[in-house]
Each structure stands twice: as structure tokens, then as C-alpha cells.
Write a protein of this length. Structure first.
Length: 80
């Protein structure tokens, strides 16, 4: 049985997006609840990056990463 391919979306910190905006996008685009969105946003702010989601298909991960980029965040995807 072949291993299931997993993809992750990573958001990097930048100098122009406010904490509140990133928090809102974690909720709106990634579907995170308030506590998880706050945790991910804090991690982006403190550590410079955070894995904001893992997905079972490349298409799903690309869609999330593209939405975040369109809203002005620095997001990328990669294999887990």
C-alpha cells in the first residue's frame, strides 16, 4: 500500500500585515477557530513562520496558499 501524500501550507512573517489581519485570515481562509488562529498568528509573529494547515491533496493546499497570497500574506506549500 502506497503512503498517503500530505501537503502543508506555511505562512511567513512580513513587515506589512497587522496581527489582526493575519488572525482574521487564519479563521476565514484556513478555517481555524479563534484559539487556533491566535496560536498560529502568534507563532508567525514570534518564530517567523507557522504551518497553518495540512491537506490530503496538493490541489487543496494550493487553493489555501493561493488565497492567502491573494490577501497579501507570504504563504507557500510543500510536502510533509
Amino acid at each position: 500500500m502506497a503512503p498517503v501524500e500530505r501537503w502543508q501550507v506555511v505562512v511567513h512573517n512580513d513587515d506589512h500585515n497587522l496581527f489582526a489581519v493575519v488572525h482574521h485570515l487564519m479563521r476565514k481562509v484556513c478555517g481555524a477557530n479563534d484559539a487556533v488562529a491566535r496560536e498560529k498568528t502568534n507563532e508567525i509573529h514570534r518564530k517567523g513562520r507557522s504551518v497553518v494547515g495540512e491537506y490530503g491533496s496538493r490541489d487543496e493546499a494550493e487553493a489555501v496558499a493561493l488565497s492567502l497570497v491573494r490577501f497579501g500574506l507570504h504563504a507557500e506549500l510543500g510536502k510533509v
